[in-house]
Design a protein around this ligand. Sequence first.
Ligand code: PAN
Ligand code: ZN
Length: 194
Amino acid sequence: MSTDPVSTPLPAGIEINSVTGAVHPATGHYVKRLSELRALFQDKDAFDIAVQERDDPVTYEVVEYRPDRSDLFFGTTTMYPGHVGGEFYMTRGHFHERRDMGEVYYTQSGLGILLLESRDGISRIIEMKPGVCAFIPPDWAHRSVNTGSEPLVFVWVCNPNAGHDYGDILKRGMRKRIIKTKDGFNIIDNITYA
Ligand code: PAN
Ligand code: ZN
């Protein structure tokens, strides 16, 4: 096999700031504000008040480095701390469109929970803390939750063709919710799971 630069990407070293999640150079970036995440939280009254009182804060942001013509891409997700009516800030959560493609989440800073759910409804959690590299098997839904008081920053690595399927999780939710307690968190059943 040749390494024709026209058909294969070249090696690159990308700087990742483990505290801010900044990626340099980056090829893409988006932010999610709290108001975009209403469907996720159980307590809609607390949600509406939180959006207004907190001035619709950025809840998480995603930065990516996507080489052309590669079978891998990676980036960071930075999740800010907070909760809505005791339910910690979380990502939307998704399955991959490609059911044969998993992912890796490597936590850089902060504390959280990676909530996983198989198609047949098995729930698993993986603690997110610096040094823990989580393996997300193909066809497991995944959502991250910041249970700490600092930003939760993790690096993810995936196939660029994996795609995101948000529909199922958005419609029915996940089976578990992560709730704030006096000195940590609790995992409870989601009573609105459809
Ligand atoms: C991650 C997620 C990112 C944001 O890059 O997309 O953490 O979470 P949501 O996409 O669920 O809002 C990933 O898992 N990519 O496949
Ligand atoms: Zn994913």
